[in-house]
Design a protein around this ligand. Structure first.
Ligand SMILES: Nc1nc2c(c(=O)[nH]1)N[C@H]1C(S)=C(S)[C@@H](COP(=O)(O)OP(=O)(O)OC[C@H]3O[C@@H](n4cnc5c(=O)[nH]c(N)nc54)[C@H](O)[C@@H]3O)O[C@H]1N2
Ligand SMILES: Nc1nc2c(c(=O)[nH]1)N[C@H]1C(S)=C(S)[C@@H](COP(=O)(O)OP(=O)(O)OC[C@H]3O[C@@H](n4cnc5c(=O)[nH]c(N)nc54)[C@H](O)[C@@H]3O)O[C@H]1N2
Ligand code: SF4
Ligand SMILES: [Mo]
Length: 894
């Protein structure tokens, strides 16, 4: 392939190490491109002028690494890491470096387009932004008038889309409760929800830029457990890099992962768990630390709600108001072992009382147990032997891992793996409980820490406020699937399978218009084929993205979205605030934040009252009125720092607080000047609420997330974690026909469905591999590099066999994939080799969040006669996708 822009050899040197490291077990961080090597030999040919270096931030995944973009005459000619950015320290990964090939890809969506042929024919005509917005606005207004605003639904990409709440905000203003994204219940929400309800602080996901303690100048952590996360693949330049540093300083790691990733290879103990069974293992860990007295009893007594009494019939905590006439409803009751009676425990504790941690008690004729006793009862069946059997692990290995974990300070970083099966919230609860009872909370070395934010992005960590008050109670009640799965209320999203079902059955009503703002829904949604009949039932589909994907083939309108090098945003990293600034602008692409704002403005101008309110500064207050330019929004966001966007980007990255002040420990012990008492944790009781009564309240009312109380879910949510065997498993009926357990995880060269059109990345990894153990390969007649069929109850697709000991004989691994080169064929690129043809989006769901099954279901594998048709595998084939820069273009008029 011909060289252009930056040097292909250096790029490959950086990225092939990724591939090799997978096989040899080296850390990917070793393969980060050295700064000095990332030269641009022929990049500048034909481009006159001085090189200008623009500081910005990558967004080819969710890690936001600092970037120095070299720009010549408005054209980006080279990218390198910005050493000032504290989490990536000047490193970039292959996806980040691919930014130029993504930006100048010849197949970018350049202008708004309207379909002229039949759906699926991919025939389009160019229209102006003005016409596109008007057509959309007319369609939305008509639909609302005829069928109600809820007949419009929107969707977005979660993983990687920093403007995530833009869509929620637009839907709230327009009046539809229905938007979704394929992560959400399947990504991060089960964790953010659980840590919020139990702790009031962030979860422990390294890939989501949490667990910031790892980046401390002198971290005291001794053991880090990577549970269902492989940071060398999911955030190479940040989490992957810091992990390499920590290991070299002697930090021990445990990897719980079915796949022998670089992080598993470097771990002190690798537990290749059967996909979907994590909670059984977690419950065994809780049992082990309790049974062997490894937990921090003093901390549990003083700082968790586990000593509080729980009514065994109602599952609710006993309140002082129920015990004594002048008792307070926010004060809870313990069993005092001295007086042998139930006593209210005044916050934070009462030295005169000695609370029982375990036991069953009779209070006023009713039976009560402590939260701790209930937890102990719950985990009792999960001995290490029992868990080993369920999880396909060796008992001794589990114990070795536990021996490392109990030597704290330690912490468990829970990744996305457990968010992708119906045990999602149970897994998050189990890990939050484990780290808490071990006392790994807010002390040096612990992952659970609350650190100050810059205040520019409050109330969330995004620059766009959701403005929930814009959605009426009546419309909120119509949110599809959110009455049953109220965890979704934390993010304000609808439940994907319920939306799909409504489209197919018109029950409880018919969704008719779909605005989709992300990549390729057929690559990222579970059971992708189930969406085909739904597409036919939707009257109008608009798709906004950077380039056409399989999904575009089914759309009626295409809108050109800006690449990350074309957009402005704020990024927090430790105690610093950074500006991701637009480095250039190509064709008529638009930042999606601006797009939603412009669409709302159109509707407001057409008399939509709620959209008019969204432009009213007084009404919107902290939620901000809509903006006409990104600068307007960013200036408003930066007000707490008394700086404008233009001033800020000159100083970025900028400390919003001195490091030592920001780097706090023991926040819960800080004294509240108003009460003179410790501030505690951000929960109603100010204790760690490990007995999750708040889950019960959430299921019954929607509190604390719903703006209005909602009807109850069909069943109470459980206040404690429990294990449910995967619905499809080798011992179930389905296991006879489909004997292997399928799972997936990240590939270091792609972000979800993105970048399959980047020639140099596809050259490294042209087609998805299926990892299969030699024993299974032999049994099913498969050899190294064979083309195979992979089949589940939902469908079949192809893959290339990678026969490896790096996966257990009963497990296989494969990734999401699509092929831009076959967009114009019948498959539209998504059917050939895509694990989401096989995955499962029907019940059972996680009760709290509605999670469906992307990991831990049954498949079979057999040899195929040939490769799928039309798919490119050779380097020369990708040449048509080499960069085709446009001259910088002014902002499009809309
Ligand atoms: N089988 C299976 N399915 C899965 C998963 C799995 O592991 N296995 N993972 C699930 C998970 S965790 C997730 S999060 C979802 C992801 O699913 P989606 O998020 O729908 O995936 P994409 O649309 O490919 O990625 C998000 C898009 O945001 C784009 N983006 C990034 N920055 C910007 C920006 O500044 N502006 C704009 N306009 N766009 C931007 C990215 O390029 C990317 O295209 O997939 C889920 N699906
Ligand atoms: N390169 C790249 N980076 C990304 C993304 C991307 O698409 N590509 N996506 C971003 C997003 S949105 C997310 S959510 C994060 C996720 O990042 P991580 O949390 O690191 O998640 P994954 O790599 O998807 O999965 C972690 C590991 O889980 C293993 N696994 C599979 N099934 C199971 C199971 O049942 N139990 C356990 N314990 N492990 C299992 C997989 O083998 C995988 O190595 O990555 C982000 N970063
Ligand atoms: S880890 Fe890679 S893709 Fe993600 S932000 Fe950093 S450089 Fe970009
Ligand atoms: Mo995700």
């Amino acid at each position: 392939m011909k060289q252009s822009f930056f040097d292909r050899r250096d790029f490959l040197k950086a990225t092939t190490i990724i591939g090799v490291s997978g096989a040899l077990g080296l850390s990917l961080s070793d393969g980060l491109i050295p700064k000095a090597k990332a030269e641009t030999h022929d990049a500048t040919s034909g481009v006159g002028g001085e090189i200008k270096i623009v500081k910005t931030n990558c967004r080819a995944c969710i890690h936001n690494c600092g970037v120095l973009a070299h720009v010549k005459n408005g054209r980006v000619v080279k990218l390198e890491g910005n050493p000032e950015y504290p989490m990536s320290k000047g490193t970039l990964c292959a996806k980040g470096l691919a930014g130029i090939q993504a930006l100048y890809n010849p197949n970018r969506n350049k202008y708004p387009m309207l379909r002229v042929g039949k759906r699926g024919e991919n025939k389009w005509k160019r229209i102006s932004w003005n016409d596109a917005l008007q057509k959309l606005a007319d369609t939305l207004m008509d639909t609302r008038e005829k069928y109600g605003a809820e007949a419009v639904f929107c969707s977005t990409g979660g993983g990687g889309n920093p403007q995530f709440p833009s869509i929620a905000r637009f839907c709230n203003a327009f009046g539809t409760p229905n938007w979704f994204e394929p992560g959400c219940s399947q990504c991060y929400l089960p964790r953010t929800l659980t840590w919020d309800l139990m702790y009031g602080g962030p979860a422990s996901s390294i890939a989501d830029s949490e667990a910031l303690e790892l980046y401390s100048k002198d971290s005291k952590i001794k053991t880090l457990v990577l549970w269902g996360t492989s940071v060398s693949y999911s955030c190479p330049a940040g989490g992957g890099r810091i992990l390499t540093e920590l290991r070299s300083k002697g930090v021990r790691t445990v990897s719980v992962d079915p796949r022998f990733t670089p992080d598993a290879a470097r771990a002190d103990v690798w537990l290749p768990i059967r996909p979907g069974t994590d909670v059984a293992l977690m419950l065994s860990w809780i049992r082990y630390v309790i049974a062997n007295n490894h937990y921090d009893k003093d901390f549990v007594l003083k700082w968790t709600n586990l000593p509080f009494l729980v009514n065994t019939k109602t599952h609710m905590l006993l309140r002082a108001s129920e015990l004594v006439s002048d008792g307070d409803s926010n004060t809870f009751v313990i069993w005092d072992t001295t007086s042998k009676s139930a006593k209210p425990l005044t916050y934070p504790w009462d030295e005169k009382l000695i609370p029982a941690l375990e036991g069953e008690f009779n209070v006023g004729g009713e039976t009560y147990k402590t939260g701790f006793q209930l937890l102990k009862d719950r985990v009792e069946p999960y001995t290490l032997e029992h868990a080993a059997k369920i999880c396909w692990l060796e008992k001794d290995k589990i114990e070795q891992a536990l021996q490392l974990y109990i030597q704290g300070p330690s912490g468990i970083s829970l990744g996305v793996a457990t968010d992708q099966h119906p045990n999602s919230t149970q897994a998050a609860m189990s890990i939050c409980i484990l780290d808490s009872i071990m006392g790994n909370v807010e002390k040096p070395g612990a992952l659970m820490q609350r650190r100050p934010h810059s205040g520019t992005m409050e109330p969330s960590t995004y620059i766009v406020p959701e403005a929930r008050k814009l959605l009426s109670e009546e419309q909120l009640n119509k949110r599809l699937g959110a009455i049953e799965h109220k965890g979704l209320l934390q993010w304000g999203a609808a439940h994907i399978p319920t939306v799909l079902n409504a489209i197919l059955t018109a029950k409880p009503y018919q969704p008719r218009v779909w605005i989709e703002r992300s990549g390729n829904k057929f690559a990222v949604l579970g059971n992708a084929s189930s969406w085909l009949p739904a597409i036919d039932k939707v009257d109008f589909i608009a798709h906004m993205y950077m380039y056409p994907t399989s999904f575009s083939s089914y759309a009626d309108m295409l809108l050109p979205a800006a690449e990350w090098l074309e957009t402005n945003m704020l990024v927090e990293s430790l105690n610093m605030l950074c500006g991701r600034q637009a480095v250039t602008h190509t064709w008529e692409t638009m930042d999606e934040t601006l797009f939603w704002s412009k669409l709302a403005k159109r509707l407001a101008d057409m008399g939509h009252e709620n959209c008019q309110k969204a432009f009213d500064a007084e009404f919107m207050g902290r939620d901000l009125p809509y903006w006409n330019t990104m600068e307007e929004l960013l200036d408003a966001r930066l007000k707490p720092l008394s700086i404008t966007w233009k001033e800020f980007i000159k100083k970025s990255p900028m400390e919003f607080m001195p490091y030592d002040k920001w780097h706090q420990y023991y926040v819960y012990k800080q004294v509240d000047p108003e009460t003179g008492l410790p501030v505690g944790f951000s929960t109603p009781s100010k204790k760690l609420e490990l007995y999750g009564e708040r889950f019960i309240e959430l299921g019954r009312t929607g509190r604390p997330y719903a703006t209005y109380d909602l009807p109850p879910a069909s069943q109470d949510y459980d206040a404690l974690p429990y294990y449910a065997e995967p619905h499809e498993n080798p011992n179930a009926d389905v296991g006879k026909e489909f004997p292997l357990v399928m799972t997936n995880g990240r590939l270091p060269m792609f972000h979800h469905g993105t970048l399959r059109n980047v020639p140099w990345l596809r050259e490294i990894y042209p087609v998805p591999e299926i990892w299969i153990n030699p024993v299974a390969a032999k049994k099913y007649g498969v050899e190294q590099s064979d083309w195979v069929w992979v089949e589940s109850r939902r469908g079949k697709t192809q893959a290339k066999a990678r026969v490896t000991e790096g996966i257990a004989p009963g497990t296989v691994y494969m990734e999401r994939f699509w092929f831009p080169e076959t967009l114009n064929t019948e498959s539209h690129g998504w059917k050939e080799m895509n694990v989401n043809v096989l995955s499962k989006n029907d019940a059972p769901f996680n009760d709290v969040c509605g999670t469906y099954t992307l990991r831990g279901y049954q498949v079979r594998v057999y040899k195929a006669d040939s490769a799928p048709e039309g798919v490119w595998t050779e380097p020369e084939q990708f040449a048509p996708w080499l960069p085709n820069p446009s001259d910088p273009t002014p902002e499009a008029e809309a």
